[in-house]
Design a protein around this ligand. Structure first.
Ligand code: HEM
Ligand code: SF4
Length: 579
């Protein structure tokens, strides 16, 4: 794990220069209102115009269009078929059956894909909602106690919490902290309530401090927070800016080790951008959690780079000012000193599928959802199955950061009927291989405007082929953490995979090798611009060597480093080489 405390001589705390345009638009937005309300009435276009295109992100939406039909519409001289993707705020990924029924119906009635997409940050997305239906969408969510505030844009986003299917006091308390952190760091502006829920505008005076934590210009870039319960690093701490690692004594939560500055996004060919592991700042007692969270956010708010958005995330601030300077400022602002980190160990990141019994005598069923896509497929009516379960389920549902779903809190008497429904609708399939369960992809085409190559649509077939290769090489029940993203932004966390495939262009991927099972290592570029056939032949050759030469139970990512197929990247991320 990286703990490379850096000291930078004469650090530049605030980057001077012409501010990025996003800074202007946040400043002029009247606390995230812009002219979204007026734009909504404009039926000349299906999209949002000027600054509103960006501002709606802070309300949890991205403007998109279906890229499969973009060229055809252009030929017909039509504007792209604009719509929005919505991402809900769901701290810790917990959603109850009433809420599920509401989102299921909305997906049917108002989204062009008819699906609910579970994400790698423990929430769900709707894709393809048209402008006239957006307000209804927010009102539907609000009617069941949900919202999408600050799930995108330059703010603290959905707060994750390890999905522990075994109900325990520790998990309950960790989840409550995730919720409290989410509330504490949320924008205080009433823009969301005014625009989407038709609430009255309350007049404020200059003296009112509207955003005491985020400030009037909000953060320099997106910010991601987690609460994680070792030994499971399912939320991937090194993909996030701020992480609270739960430390317990005798089953009681006593506090957190705080890890700051993880992040995965980079730009192909731009060596000033790189994935970076988070640094361990030390231990704090649990009562200081909110003060520390606010201090880390405000230091990043004040010192983050507002000139160049490509270097604006916390990971770059830490490298510019030095980790010890950043940490000392956090201590000063919070009035809390970090003490020495307590020991803990991450051993894995995957979900455990099937039933487990919690200490409360309730039962919890983890379901594997390929790509997190809840939709009725031929012979696999996942969405209907979930609907039928939600109609009778008395507990709640938990979304995992691996795009899977837990039916939690089932009484013994209801177990059989829930299991039968899950089996009838293909939500339980005993034939799913370990390799498939260890594979993940981001959304990419057709909705993501940034996708350079396929990811979600490529993954199922790719896994078929990898399964055949592993079987041929004597590795039938083994698995490799395999993740595919359509571009180097990192939404499917490929930069923490044992094999990461990152889209370079249509049908072309860069292959990165060498993360570990616990997710404490960033993989290294192995080969560039591989087409699908080359991806398979590389996996064939590499897995054949792994099968023949590995040490007892040696994981693939550890093997490729030990035998020198790639070097280990741990210390200097500035020297991270990529294409
Ligand atoms: C500069 C960096 C990034 C940009 C510009 C970006 C942009 C986007 C966009 C446009 C989408 C929508 C795709 C769709 O649903 O159609 C998306 C999805 C998503 N992104 Fe990112 N992203 C970035 C980095 C990351 C990173 C580092 C993570 C997490 C570690 C992340 C997590 C997600 C998640 C959870 C989704 C939802 C779909 C999924 O589960 O794959 N993003 N992102
Ligand atoms: S990794 Fe790239 S292609 Fe995939 S969802 Fe994120 S931005 Fe889109």
């Amino acid at each position: 794990m990286s703990n490379n405390f850096t000291k930078v001589e004469n650090p530049v705390l605030v980057v001077e220069g012409k501010q990025a345009d996003n800074e202007r638009l946040k400043a002029e937005s009247d606390y995230l209102r812009g002219t979204i309300k007026e734009d909504l009435q404009d039926r000349m276009t299906g999209g949002f115009t000027s600054d509103n295109f960006q501002l709606i992100r802070t309300h949890g939406m991205y403007q998109q269009d279906d890229r499969d039909i973009r060229a055809e519409r252009q030929k017909q001289k039509l504007e792209p078929l604009h719509n929005v993707m919505l991402r809900a705020r769901l701290p810790g990924g917990i959603i109850n059956p009433t809420q599920w029924l509401a989102i299921d119906k909305f997906a049917d009635d108002y989204t062009s894909y008819g699906s609910i997409r579970l994400t790698t940050r423990q929430t769900f997305q709707f894709h393809g909602v048209l402008k006239p239906d957006i307000k209804l969408m927010h009102q539907t969510l609000n009617s069941v106690g949900l919202d999408s505030i600050a799930t995108a844009g330059d703010v603290n986003r959905n707060v994750l919490c390890t999905s522990n299917p075994v109900e325990s006091a520790l998990h309950q308390e960790a989840y409550e902290w995730a919720t409290k952190i989410s509330e504490h760091l949320l924008p205080k502006t009433r823009a969301y309530a005014e625009i989407w829920l038709d609430e009255e505008k309350v007049e404020t005076t200059e003296a009112d401090e509207i955003e005491p934590i985020l400030g009037s210009n909000y953060l320099p870039r997106k910010f991601k927070t987690t609460v994680v319960i070792p030994p499971n690093n399912d939320i991937d701490v090194h993909a996030n800016d701020l992480n609270f690692v739960a430390i317990s004594e005798g089953g009681e939560l006593i506090g957190f080790n705080v890890l700051v500055g993880g992040g995965l996004a980079m730009t192909h060919g731009d060596k000033g951008t790189y994935p970076r592991c988070a640094d361990d700042f030390g231990f704090i007692a649990k009562e200081h959690t909110l003060a520390i969270a606010a201090a880390v956010v405000t230091v990043q708010r004040d010192w983050g780079n507002r000139v160049n958005r490509k270097n604006a995330k916390t990971k770059y601030t830490l490298d510019r000012v030095g980790v010890d300077t950043f940490k000392a400022e956090v201590e000063k602002r919070a009035g809390v000193k970090f003490s020495e980190s307590r020991s803990y160990k991450f051993t894995h990141r995957g979900d455990s599928f099937g039933w487990v019994e919690g200490i409360d005598g309730k039962h919890h069923l983890t379901l594997f959802i390929e790509n997190g896509r809840i939709l009725d497929f031929a012979g696999k009516t996942l969405k209907t199955g979930m609907l039928e379960i939600a109609k009778i389920h008395q507990g709640d549902f938990r979304l995992t950061a691996n795009q899977n779903l837990i039916v939690a809190g089932v009484a013994q008497a209801d177990k059989a009927v829930i299991e039968q429904l899950a089996r009838d609708h293909g939500l339980i399939n005993d034939g799913v291989s370990n390799q498939r369960k260890s594979s993940m992809a981001c959304v990419a085409f057709p909705t993501c405007p940034l996708a350079m190559a396929e990811a979600e649509r490529y993954l199922p077939g790719l896994v078929d082929d990898v399964e055949a290769i592993l079987t041929k090489n004597g590795l039938k029940d083994e698995s490799i953490i395999l993740r595919v993203t359509g571009c180097p932004n990192g939404c499917g966390r490929a930069m923490l995979a044992e094999i990461g495939l990152i889209g370079k262009g249509p049908g072309k991927y860069n292959m990165y090798l060498g993360s570990d099972l616990a997710g404490s290592r960033v993989p290294k570029l192995y080969k560039e611009n591989l087409d699908e056939a080359a991806v398979l032949s590389e996996i064939d050759a590499l897995s054949a060597r792994w099968s023949a030469e590995r040490l007892e139970a040696e994981a693939f990512g550890d093997f490729v480093i030990r035998v020198g197929i790639v070097e280990q990247v741990i210390v200097s991320f500035r020297d991270f080489h990529h294409a």
